[in-house]
Design a binder for this molecule. Structure first.
Ligand code: RRO
Length: 303
């Protein structure tokens, strides 16, 4: 029997699949449902200090090889999110609190609250590609990445993972910055800045015009980012971007990821995707003679 359990910075997962931030993570009930369908861990919707409605519709469009979204950080705000976290924790699997802020103080407050609520780790969203004053506007500045990571690290005891943007020329420089600042892991990648045009109307489809691209079309980019980060830091990596099958997950693991997140895959295949991917990983490992996930982590980078 192969063992598909894994661990990230001391957090033990029964399998390497996690729900990605932003997908069915707004309520405790939806998070519990994903836990029941077999995910190894849950990542919440990115939560900010105040409630936000997000961008007006259309905020989501399916394109040929992936999905474009510009949700605009809709969330209920940190105060009322306590109840949802408490509910999600009942699943008995690790819950990671994703947070976004506009400055250091907001990140400190959000991380402190999430820790109080009982989450197992924090995911700093420094990479939303289309929200003014948040996300990538901070995450594309190495000094800000360093300052925010350091500040949050000083405020909480639980591990801090930083979700990085692929919309930079050298992602490994940002990963090295997180390592220097004391971060405990990297989540790679958030969505790519992209857009869709409605030719009949001669205008962009998304109300925000620009959005974030996810799904199968970004898998090769995610793999490259994980591979480069693995080669340049010693931090554990959580791979995300276009994972729809066990084979996709194995590719990310071989590039350097110790666990993976599924986002668009839930849209394409439904909640059953977690159990399906786990079964396919097991079958791959059995067929290819691997006994543990860690035997595969980063092997594509070893010469
Ligand atoms: O809410 C969003 O529009 C959003 C976020 Br916070 C993010 O991190 N990435 C993305 O593609 N969309």
């Amino acid at each position: 029997m192969v063992d598909i359990s894994t661990s990230i910075s001391g957090i033990k997962l029964k399998n390497p699949t996690m729900l990605a931030a932003g997908i069915l993570g707004e309520t405790g009930d939806s998070l519990l449902k994903i836990a029941k369908s077999g995910a190894g861990a849950l990542v919440t919707k990115s939560i900010g200090v105040e409630p936000r409605e997000g961008h007006p519709n259309p905020t989501f469009v399916e394109t040929e090889h992936g999905i474009l979204n510009a949700m605009g950080l809709p969330n209920p705000g940190i105060e009322s999110y306590e109840e949802e976290v408490k509910k999600a924790l009942k699943a008995g699997i690790p819950v990671i609190g994703s947070i976004f802020g506009g400055n250091i103080e907001e990140f400190e407050l959000l991380a402190t609250k999430m820790e109080e609520y009982g989450v197992d780790a924090i995911e700093l969203n420094l990479s939303c590609p289309h929200a003014k004053g948040y996300g990538a506007e901070l995450g594309h500045d190495k000094e800000k990445v360093e300052e925010i990571t350091k500040a949050v690290k000083e405020k909480v005891k639980i591990p801090i993972f930083v979700k990085l943007s692929p919309n930079v020329s050298n992602i490994s420089e940002f990963a090295k910055t997180v390592e220097k600042a004391g971060g405990d892991g990297i989540v790679a990648i958030n969505t790519l800045r992209a857009m869709a045009i409605n030719a009949e109307l001669a205008k962009p489809i998304l109300s925000n015009a620009i959005g974030g691209y996810s799904g199968p079309g970004i898998k090769p980019i995610g793999l490259r980012c994980v591979y480069e980060i693995k080669a340049s830091t010693n931090l554990p990596i959580i791979g995300v971007g276009g994972i729809l099958s066990g084979k996709d997950a194995v590719e990310y693991i071989m590039a350097g990821a110790s666990a993976v997140q599924i986002g668009s895959g839930v849209y394409y295949k439904g909640e059953g995707i977690f159990a399906e991917i786990c079964q396919q990983i097991r079958e791959f490992m059995e067929t290819h003679g691997y006994g543990k996930i860690e035997e595969m982590v980063g092997i594509a980078g070893k010469r």
